[in-house]
Design a protein around this ligand. Structure first.
Ligand code: T1G
Length: 700
């Protein structure tokens, strides 16, 4: 056969084994190997073909790295049609995660056996694609239209047991898959079983209301995305057209999704997330420190969420508070969060109790003498943080890692408050910390390699997506956000309204508009930070006068029932308030700003290009390792739509020359202070280079 597919005739069974680490992706060589194997079996003495995979998983899909490159034969749909058409029975044996084209390969086989621990799924929608090798046609024939839509629109794999219930898998075994699969195949041969071609089955018809309901669900859960709508169309044709016609329609829609910039953005995000886990210049073999127990300083919203993240991952936590009363309050927040997860069916009562049981409270730092890691999560007072780190330096054992959850403070200054700065770094969680997946890992000047490597590995264990940041005010995310919020406020005073600014960004794809985000976070947070600064360091008054006036009117945001919007006490639904619009117009007049019509395009460009421009500076300074890291920060931390790929991918997709031209236009209209193009952006446009090329060149 070839390097990645072997063929062994064992008795009456042709055993075809795929071995293409790490996930047996359907590269051109794997496709060719499988095609050769099927054709060989057609001509030899075998009675059946058994497809197995080496390594940790059955085929986990098409090889995503081949996308965007010229298609190479054999094409997957043709290969799978040939497998299905084989005159000898073909059995697929599934373990690990049989996903996408891998699961479609199994579905084109005539029988399937799976390990109970296996999962099967069609996650193509997460890549802005659809199952393009018969999945949208074969699954409904097995499992019905509704189950098929659920599987393909969620993209979430299902356990083998559930797949068996749906008829997608014929047998589930607890262990010894290869042996069981050989036995199953021999049983089929001995019983005279014939090839079962799924394409010959009918799709059980359902009412059109099922498709309408699916579209309505997509409009809510996957707003702005094209792939889910194409999937619904494919499944509808599976029900209304004969297989050979509907499979052609699937191919057309697959090619359309392949050309869709949304898929390019989602594929970028797929690889960017995996790249972000790799620290440039850090040896893969760097030894890790043991982290079997941790401490958390501060039982507020952040501290409680951080404690839960570790407890949920099986790691015991000691939660420290200044006194018993504060400790009780902190533990009560955690109880409430677990009760909420049980109520929403996210956790069983037993699991919640088990996790809760791993968190113990204390008020004496001595309780931290034996822990492997401490995370400080008290409010943003630099002097208080330094005092805490000096105390930790005194009580914690040698080799314990000391981390701060600050969201913008100088981690080097905090590390300098200890005698062991090499053991100090930032671990910036996002609220609510037990839910948000993003973790900015802030590498301080003296942070030791093994400390960084340990925390990066640990982040996977607590199911976080970690991104490395250097030390600067606000690290990656919050630093870039300042320009985004500044422009939101300026668009407001120059002619917008809270609704128009929010609608522009929401329609563009942000999970929530910037004005509503301000109300959610609390307008008083920014107000207090500004009050702590001398007036001449607060920046352009037009960017903060309105929220300051609202705070002084007691409009703090959702927490006080009103901010830029009024909030219904029951539903928390926002509604506009003329009083706020009056404040905006009064402040604009006071600042000498003549209000004008501001369109959604201008609002989007000002906010997103402010993000990207600062992103270029962050890359120049080496605060972020690569553009993809910045994108992952925004996708997982700030509600940036994944199907736009993140601020840096978006800038690249728009065209760096167009982004620069727009920024120069804004500079000429609004001034250099806010709109000086980043030198890296100018350099790349000047050289006609892309950001991706720059990044690859930088890390060569
Ligand atoms: N193609 C190429 N490389 C892949 C890959 C794939 N499908 N899947 C994973 N990798 C690489 C990944 O980049 C990483 O590389 C390494 O494998 C380990 O991955 C026609 C068109 C399988 C659940 O969407 O969900 O089929 O960083 O770190 O956490 O209908 O990978 O080490 O160099 O993620 O254990 C559909 C995508 C494709 C599945 C394993 N399939 N993969 O998770 O490891 S579209 C998918 C995953 C398709 C057809 C269509 C996960 C995983 P590196 P990892 P993991």
């Amino acid at each position: 056969m070839n390097d990645v597919v072997t063929y062994v005739l064992d008795g009456e069974i042709a055993v075809v084994t795929v071995n293409n680490p790490p996930v047996n992706a359907l590269s051109q060589a794997v496709r060719q190997g499988l095609l050769d194997a099927i054709r060989r079996a057609a001509g030899d003495g075998s009675k059946a073909v058994l497809i197995l995979c080496e390594g940790r998983t059955f085929i986990a899909g098409a090889d995503i790295r081949e996308f965007g490159k010229p298609h190479a034969e054999p094409f997957l749909p043709d290969l799978l049609n040939e497998i299905e058409a084989c005159d000898k029975i073909v059995v697929a044996a599934l373990h690990g995660t049989a996903l996408g084209g891998g699961f479609e390969t199994a579905l084109s086989s005539h029988y399937r056996i799976a390990l109970a621990s296996a999962k099967v799924g069609l996650p193509e929608v997460k890549l802005g694609l659809l199952p393009g090798a018969g999945g949208t046609q074969r699954v409904p024939r097995f499992a019905g239209v509704e189950a098929a839509l659920e599987l393909m629109l969620s993209g979430t794999p299902i356990p083998a047991g559930r797949a068996h219930e749906l008829g997608l898998v014929d047998r589930v075994v607890e262990s010894d898959l290869e042996e069981e699969a050989r036995r199953f195949t021999q049983e089929l041969i001995d019983s005279g079983a014939q090839p079962r071609r799924v394409s010959e089955l009918e799709v059980e018809a359902v009412d059109n209301a099922v498709f309408d309901a699916a579209r309505a669900m997509v409009a809510k859960r996957a707003r702005g995305q094209n792939a889910p709508l194409r999937i619904i169309e494919c499944v509808r044709t599976a029900m209304t057209m004969p297989f050979d016609q509907s499979i052609r329609r699937e191919r057309e829609l697959f090619e359309e999704s392949m050309r869709d910039p949304q898929s390019a953005a989602l594929r970028h995000a797929f690889f960017a997330e995996r790249e972000a886990a790799k620290v440039v210049g850090l040896d893969k073999g760097t030894p890790l420190r043991d982290v079997k127990s941790i401490g958390v300083i501060g039982g507020g919203t952040m501290g409680g969420g951080i404690a839960m993240s570790f407890a949920n991952a099986g790691i015991p936590v000691t939660l420290i508070e200044i006194n018993d009363e504060a400790l009780e309050r902190g533990l009560a927040i955690i109880e409430r969060n677990y009760a909420g997860s049980v109520k929403r069916g996210k956790l069983s009562e037993e699991k919640a109790a088990e996790c809760r049981g791993r968190i113990t409270g204390a008020t004496d730092y001595a309780a931290l003498a034996g822990v492997d890691l401490v995370i400080e999560a008290v409010f943003e007072d630099p002097e208080l943080k330094k005092q805490i780190f000096a105390k930790l330096d005194a009580v914690c054992k040698p080799g314990a890692i000391l981390a701060t959850n600050t969201s913008y403070q100088d981690v080097d200054a905090i590390a300098a408050a200890t005698s062991r700065p090499e053991d100090v770094l930032g671990m910036h969680f996002f609220s609510p910390a037990h839910i948000m997946k993003l973790l900015e890992v802030v590498r301080a000047e003296n942070t030791a390699d093994d400390v960084l490597a340990t925390v990066m590995a640990l982040s996977k264990k607590i199911r976080k997506v970690a991104v490395v940041s250097g030390v600067c005010y606000g690290f990656i995310g919050n630093r870039m956000l300042q320009g985004y919020f500044r422009e939101a406020q300026l668009c407001l005073v120059e002619g917008g309204s809270p609704e128009s600014v929010d609608k522009a960004m929401f329609d563009w794809g942000m999970a929530m508009g910037p004005i509503s985000v301000g109300d959610l976070a609390g307008l008083d947070v920014g107000y207090k930070a500004r009050q702590a600064l001398p007036e001449d360091e607060r920046g352009d008054p037009a960017a903060y006068r309105v929220p300051d006036v609202l705070v002084e009117m007691g409009r703090l945001g959702q927490k006080s029932g009103k901010g830029f919007y009024n909030y219904d006490p029951e539903t928390r639904r926002p509604s506009p308030d003329a009083e706020v619009q009056a404040v905006i117009e009064k402040e604009a007049a006071a600042l000498g700003i003549e209000r004008r019509e501001i369109g959604a395009d201008e609002i989007v460009d000002r906010l997103i290009f402010a993000l990207a421009n600062e992103g270029f500076r962050i890359l120049e300074e080496g605060i972020a390792q690569r553009p993809g890291d910045i994108d992952i920060v925004y996708l997982y931390g700030y509600g940036f739509p994944a199907w736009r790929g993140g601020p840096m991918h978006y800038a690249e997709a728009v065209g760096l020359d167009k982004v620069l031209a727009r920024i120069v236009e804004f500079r000429d209209r609004f001034g250099e202070e806010n709109w000086t193009p980043a030198p890296l952006l100018e350099e790349l446009v000047g050289e006609g280079k892309s950001l991706t090329e720059w990044s690859i060149r930088k890390h060569l």
